[in-house]
Ligand binder design. Structure first.
Ligand code: SDX
Length: 429
């Protein structure tokens, strides 16, 4: 196993240490590069840059593998549940029955939010995008829970972690209810995480809400599929915000803001809007041509991935879940699903998509599933944020507890003006 690499710069040779992970690519440790050579590295999209060491999630993009603490996502999604996956991501091991009971008890009893939060919402317009409300309300948690913002205190870090996992669904459901003009529904301690979320979103005071176990199971599985994903854009945002010592609520709010982008978590909303715009199978060739046209900014939303150059393992499970939900609800011949399945088949056999290794990602089928569950399109990324909160918190906690942790402060390649002197306005041409 090679343990070093050599960088030749003119007559000077610099030795760089290689570090080896459990699985996945080795890394060249360049921490001393600038000190030893006066050089920076340049990698604007971080396509070849490891920003940290982590033990939480591993993706093999070529093989289409996603592991959480070593466990494959398909096994966790099909044989476990979201709250168990939360425990695994936070603590590193699957819980015993007793550990799961205690964790579930703690999360359940943190699901309520301070009653003043309900008045916080009334400051928003009713038609505000729910993601804007989430950025605001999650950030506002640090104004209500000062007793768990001292990041140097392990107990407060865990309390803040549990609070985030427990309260994000409540805040998300409140954002939805506020958006549609219905009264907020309090969490219920007798329901599971996914049942409670569906109840808070779809129950109304006038009649009992019947939990559909098939739909609750699908919701739980969708949460598991979105829980964590290595150092994606929003997780990197949370880590960078946290590296300055900012409180966890503010860091998660930063992650939600980043997730909102259509290139990232906003793709599920954009993918469904795209399917609706395509409208019917006979218009697919027109959109495929646009996706290939270099002069057209249009992209097939829900396709492609920075890491997966093979099928996104989450997309397969999401497609199965989509069919389960549509079958349970008796939705036959959903036009959007028909367009999606035809689009997928055409794209998977098109030389452009094959050459660029563009496969459906987790966002391709999630929109159809969430729409069938009863959520409006603008709530899709909110649900992604609810699920990803545990991944953000686990990664934030790992960073804070890393003894080598320092504030993140990238450098740059400067190509602006060299130093020049100020000229008074009358002397400017
Ligand atoms: C998520 O990082 C994560 O892990 C994210 C995520 C998570 O769980 O956290 O998995 C969640 O964000 C999934 C991705 C959701 N986004 C989308 O579905 C939006 C559509 N996809 C693209 O915008 C794009 O594929 C990205 C953003 C996902 C990846 O972009 P990259 O890695 O920077 O790739 P690129 O933009 O450089 O594209 C490479 C080539 C380009 O062509 P060339 O310039 O080389 O000729 O592929 C083309 C692109 O034009 N391409 C597409 C395309 N995606 C890439 N062409 C048409 N349609 C697409 N969707």
């Amino acid at each position: 196993m090679t343990d070093s690499a050599k960088l030749s710069l003119g007559a000077k040779e610099t030795e760089l240490k290689l570090r080896h992970g459990t699985i996945g690519p080795d890394v060249v440790d360049i921490a001393a590069l600038y000190k030893d050579t006066g050089l920076f590295t340049y990698d604007p999209g971080f396509t070849s840059t490891a920003s940290c060491e982590s033990k939480i999630t591993f993706i093999d993009g070529d093989e289409g593998v996603l592991l959480h603490r070593g466990y494959p996502i398909d096994q966790l999604a099909e044989r476990g549940n979201f709250l168990e996956t939360c425990y695994l991501l936070l603590y590193g091991e699957l819980p015993t029955a007793a550990e799961m009971g205690d964790f579930s008890y703690r999360v359940t009893r943190h699901t309520m939010v301070h009653e003043q939060m309900s008045r916080f919402y009334t400051g928003f317009r009713r038609d505000a995008h729910p993601m804007a409300v989430m950025v605001g309300s999650v950030g506002a948690l640090s104004a209500f829970y000062h007793d768990s913002t001292d990041i140097a205190d392990p107990h407060q870090r865990m309390v803040a972690s549990i609070r985030m996992i427990a309260k994000t669904p409540t805040l998300a459901a409140m954002a939805y209810k506020y958006h549609i003009g219905q009264p907020f529904v309090y969490p219920r301690n007798d329901l599971s995480y996914a049942e409670n979320f569906l109840h808070m979103c779809f129950a109304v005071p006038c009649e009992p809400y019947q939990i559909n176990p098939v739909l609750a199971r699908a919701m739980d599985r969708i949460f598991t599929l979105h829980a964590d994903h290595e150092q994606n854009a929003s997780t990197s945002t949370v880590r960078l915000a946290g590296s300055s010592g900012a409180n966890p609520f503010a860091c998660i709010a930063a992650g939600i803001a980043c997730l909102w982008g259509p290139a990232h978590g906003g793709a599920n909303e954009a993918a469904l809007n795209m399917l609706a715009e395509i409208g019917s199978k006979d218009r697919i060739p027109e959109f495929i041509a646009r996706a290939k046209d270099k002069n057209d900014p249009f992209r097939l939303m829900g396709f492609g991935h920075r890491v997966y150059k093979n099928y996104d393992p989450r997309a397969k499970i999401m497609q199965q879940t989509c069919h389960e939900v549509l079958t349970e609800l008796g939705i036959k011949d959903d036009p959007l699903l028909e367009v999606a399945m035809e689009l997928e088949q055409i794209a998977l056999h098109d030389p452009y998509f094959i050459e660029k290794k563009l496969y459906p990602n987790v966002d391709f089928y999630s929109g159809i599933t969430l729409k069938a569950l009863g959520f409006p399109t603008e709530m899709f990324t909110v649900l992604f944020a609810v699920a990803r909160t545990v991944g953000w918190i686990a990664q934030w906690k790992e960073m804070i507890e890393d003894p080598h942790q320092r504030i993140g402060r990238p450098r740059q390649l400067y190509t602006g003006a060299a130093q020049r002197d100020y000229t008074p306005v009358e002397a400017r041409g």
